[in-house]
Design a protein around this ligand. Structure first.
Ligand SMILES: [Zn+2]
Ligand SMILES: [Zn+2]
Length: 381
């Protein structure tokens, strides 16, 4: 008789060298650098909004009010920089933070006049990067500290810098991704049905949101499954699976081909359903938060929701490198399609012992970006 699989659980030993401890100057040093870098970027975005801000996002925020946030960001960066020196620890970090903030002051600081906005199709999403970073750190690191799955895992866990680089690049590329996704969806003009769109628009908003979630999930399920099961596509998606430490930043790791294709595919149902703007906005917010949440180092049990929605435990199993978890849990939003198509793996009493790919990928951004190309060439030879 076949023995049942024995789940081991994951051991994360303490790593005091990379831990944040109060009073050492390390926390204040990193805060000073982060706020200094964001302040400098924000001032540049105010100076050159046509080049450095996102058309879709500009409609949502008030640039004038955000100058107040910038003001506090700059002063706090200086405060943390001084504190780092006072604590006599990580002085280089404190100095770097202050230099970045002084650079932001030199360029006009928080009183910088908002530059003229000329409509440009392609720009860098510096505004999206800043807002998403501040929001994610505030929400997700707080959740991870309050309800960690692995208490010993540090914020600065191995390869955090690599994932931060992916985070920055993916956010800066937002307008290129949207342009490509809209262009891709426009090929499906022929499938638009005024009758279907009319019926969707007649629904209450909450029902439209549920419908979008299900349709998007169906498309994302199959797109994701193809990336796993088509031999030629796997090297692209393997980059996302090369993370070996799960947290809010880990989900950012992804090859640009995968990121562009994912957004382009999900745009098709959104385009064809013709749902109201309120429903679309609600879906986008839900999808964005869930995508980060499911990678988090989060031990919250989620109650009955875990049988309905994709939760951290469910998606952590997708990243698990143990045999029973390989090529399972493809869904992005609900567990429905994994249940339906036989790829559901959720031993609720257990979590993976290890994350990553069975064949280890190179560990730098450049090598990972070139990884699919190298694999394809190898197979051609
Ligand atoms: Zn996957
Ligand atoms: Zn993932």
């Amino acid at each position: 008789m076949k023995q049942p699989y024995r789940y081991q659980g994951r051991q994360v030993p303490p790593d005091p060298q990379n831990a944040f401890r109060l009073g050492e100057g390390k926390i204040s040093g990193y805060c000073s650098v982060a706020l200094g870098a964001l302040s400098l970027l924000a001032v540049l975005a105010y100076l050159y909004p046509s080049w450095l801000t996102t058309t879709e996002l500009r409609r949502v925020y008030d640039a004038g009010q955000l100058q107040q946030v910038l003001k506090y960001g700059m002063y706090f960066s200086l405060f943390f920089g001084v504190l780092t020196f006072a604590l006599n620890g990580y002085r280089r970090l404190g100095a770097l933070g202050m230099v970045l903030t002084l650079g932001a002051f030199a360029l006009g600081g928080y009183r910088v006049p908002v530059g003229p906005v000329e409509p440009r199709t392609l720009s860098l999403g510096v505004d999206w990067l800043i807002l998403a970073f501040l929001g994610s750190v505030a929400v997700f690191t707080t959740l991870e500290k309050l309800f960690p799955k692995y208490r010993n895992q540090n914020i600065l866990r191995p390869e955090w810098g690599l994932d931060l680089l992916y985070f920055c690049i993916n956010h800066l590329a937002i307008s290129a991704i949207l342009i490509y996704a809209n262009y891709h969806a426009s090929h499906f003009d022929w499938a638009i049905s005024p009758a279907v769109q009319g019926a969707v628009q007649a629904m209450p908003v909450w029902l439209q949101v549920v419908l979008i979630i299900l349709c998007a999930d169906f498309v994302l399920y199959w797109e994701h499954r193809l990336f796993h099961e088509v031999r030629w596509l796997w090297p692209v998606h393997a980059v996302h699976h090369s993370v070996e430490h799960m947290d809010w930043l880990a989900g950012s790791r992804g090859h640009f081909v995968q990121i562009f294709s994912e957004r382009a595919m999900v745009m098709i149902p959104l385009y064809l359903l013709g749902a109201s703007e309120a429903a679309l906005n609600a879906y986008v917010a839900f999808a964005a938060l869930q995508a980060v949440l499911i990678h988090c180092n989060l031990g919250l049990p989620f109650g009955p929701l875990k049988y309905l929605l994709v939760t951290p435990q469910f998606h952590h199993w997708h990243h698990g490198s143990e045999q029973p978890a390989l090529d399972t849990n493809y869904s992005a939003h609900t567990v429905l399609f994994d249940r339906l198509f036989g790829t559901y793996h959720m031993p609720v009493a257990h979590w993976p012992a290890e994350y990553g790919t069975t064949v280890r990928l190179p560990r730098t951004f450049m090598a990972q970006t070139l990884y699919p190309l190298r694999q394809w060439l190898k197979r051609l030879r």
